[in-house]
Write a protein that binds this ligand. Structure first.
Ligand SMILES: C[S@@+](CC[C@H](N)C(=O)[O-])C[C@H]1O[C@@H](n2cnc3c(N)ncnc32)[C@H](O)[C@@H]1O
Length: 497
């Protein structure tokens, strides 16, 4: 306990004497309780309640000098240290409280709040979980846990925790506010609007971005209920001064409703969007995907247009909003098998998110992508020996190179039938070379085009079609988030036979 100095007992007793002389109430409490320590604690609490944190801390320290093994006193001291930004001391004090009594929900809750304030998410999460395990009826701990998981983008679990908090303490406006945002992210639009309205009634005036979200939620909900045109007609009135461009609302409604499985509404919006721009390959393909039309690969025109438009925001959207971590996961798997490659190919390299880690595995790295917008971003990032604008299968069939590593992170999801690309890849590799890839997974033994426009493959299908390769390792993982939920995928390392 290096950073907390308790006063000498004689100094404390001198303080007690002087307090007894000057504060009759204090003197009476000492007489009633038969010991000065609880009286000092009561006095400390009064200072704390009145915002005199330093004086409260000194008073608790004095009480502790008389009863060193009182866990509640240590917790009080921790809380006033924390309130006066003495973070390290707060941590020492609360850990001492927990050593003395590890079964106190209030002490775990105090540790959680202190750690949360210090951005130590790991300690805070563990402490919130201990709190609710010891006291399942602690609404603040459920809320703290929910907000923390919200920041970690674990939306489903965050939603459950915040719902618990709301059920236990229905008059906390902040909990309803958080619930509204979580409902929106997880596409419960009716729940979102209800929660924001509750928050407004209780305490909170909604800020403009939240009011926009509420208007979107009401609009999307009406669309889900089958009234797309009515929703669009009413949007401006619902949003009032917060209204956004209607084309943006329509575009976002299409992607949100298709991602959350409201395919009829999405299809109606998709048809409206295509009618506005019949030659737009993105609108056409995504409508086809929502309608469940069968296809063997995404059309090149779609990929090119879509990723050219997306390229400037790709990194921030994928890494931050969607928690995409494919390149790092896959390079780690590859390195577990082999390093020191001579000739590596990043197939569908995009903005080059994998380049830095791939260059640790070998000196020569070619990047191939069909989208010039994505290649421009990859060029800015640097590191590639060469960047080539080409369709993937066409490149593999034409190149005279023989690669000892082909790396396809999140790019085979644009192919349904994997036969042509796997055969072309096999022909462009040396025997014993590795092929690292990721897929989104579907049950069964084939592949499907999903409403997102990406394909999902059954692991059995991949195994059957990869006849030129030996599968060395597969790892299940969440590829990214979609509609607030993780998308199940598979990372695969195969060896060219
Ligand atoms: C989701 S991004 C992934 C980019 C990168 N591999 C990563 O992990 O960040 C998919 C990339 O594959 C490219 N792509 C998709 N189909 C392709 C094809 N048939 N030929 C070449 N590139 C393709 C897209 O242009 C896009 O850059």
């Amino acid at each position: 306990m290096t950073n907390i100095h308790l006063p000498d007992v004689n100094v404390t007793m001198a303080l007690v004497t002087s307090l007894q002389a000057s504060l009759p109430d204090f003197s009476r409490i000492v007489d009633q309780l038969g010991h000065p320590s609880p009286a000092l604690r009561k006095l400390g609490l009064v200072h704390w309640e009145n915002g005199r944190f330093e004086t409260a801390a000194r008073t608790f320290e004095a009480a502790l000098s008389l009863t060193l093994d009182d866990p509640d006193l240590w917790r009080d001291l921790a809380s006033v240290y924390s309130a006066s930004d003495r973070d390290e001391q707060a941590l020492t004090a609360i850990r001492t409280a927990l050593e003395l009594n590890p079964h106190s929900a209030r002490s775990w809750q105090a540790l959680a709040s202190i750690a949360d304030r210090l951005d130590d998410a790991e300690t805070a999460e563990e402490a919130y979980r201990r709190t609710v395990a010891l006291d399942p009826k602690a609404p603040a701990a459920h809320l703290g846990l929910g907000l923390l998981l919200f920041r970690k983008k674990q939306y489903q679990e965050a939603l459950a925790a915040v719902r618990n908090s709301v059920a236990l303490d229905p008059v906390n406006g902040l909990a309803h506010f958080a619930l509204g945002h979580l409902c929106f992210i997880t596409c419960d639009f009716a729940g979102c609007a209800r929660a924001f309205d509750e928050a407004t009634q209780l305490t909170l005036e909604l800020d403009p971005p939240t009011r926009k979200k509420r208007a979107r939620a009401l609009t999307f909900q009406t669309m889900i209920e089958g009234r797309v045109r009515e929703a669009l007609r009413n949007y401006n009135e619902i949003a009032g001064e917060d209204c956004e461009d209607l084309d943006i609302i329509v575009r976002d409604a299409f992607s949100v409703l298709s991602a959350s499985g409201h395919l009829e509404a999405a299809a109606e919006i998709g048809r409206m969007r295509l009618a506005q721009e019949p030659d737009d390959p993105v609108r056409r393909y995504l409508l086809d995907a929502v309608l469940g039309r069968s296809m063997t690969a995404a059309p090149a025109e779609y990929i090119e247009t879509y990723f050219d438009q997306f390229a400037p925001q790709f990194d921030s959207k994928l890494l931050t909003t969607l928690r995409y971590d494919g390149p790092r996961q896959m390079t780690k798997l590859v390195a577990g098998h082999r390093t020191g490659f001579n000739h590596m190919l990043d197939l569908g390299c995009g903005t080059g998110l994998a380049s830095e880690e791939l260059l640790r595995l070998g000196p020569t790295l070619i990047g191939v992508d069909i989208s010039s917008g994505m290649l421009t971003e990859a060029e800015k990032r640097g590191g590639y020996t060469e960047l080539v604008k080409s369709e993937a299968v066409a490149y593999l069939e034409a190149t005279p190179s023989r690669f000892d590593l082909i790396f396809a992170a999140d790019s085979l999801i644009y192919f349904g039938d994997l036969g042509p690309i796997l055969r072309a890849a096999a022909d462009a590799m040396v025997q014993g070379g590795l092929f690292a890839l990721s897929i989104e997974v579907v049950a069964g033994d084939g592949f499907i085009l999903q409403p997102s426009g990406r394909f999902a493959h059954a692991p059995e299908y991949l195994k059957a079609v990869a006849s030129d390769f030996t599968i060395l390792e597969t790892l299940e993982g969440n590829i990214r988030l979609e509609a607030g939920r993780p998308v199940a995928g598979l990372y695969v390392i195969m060896e060219r036979r």
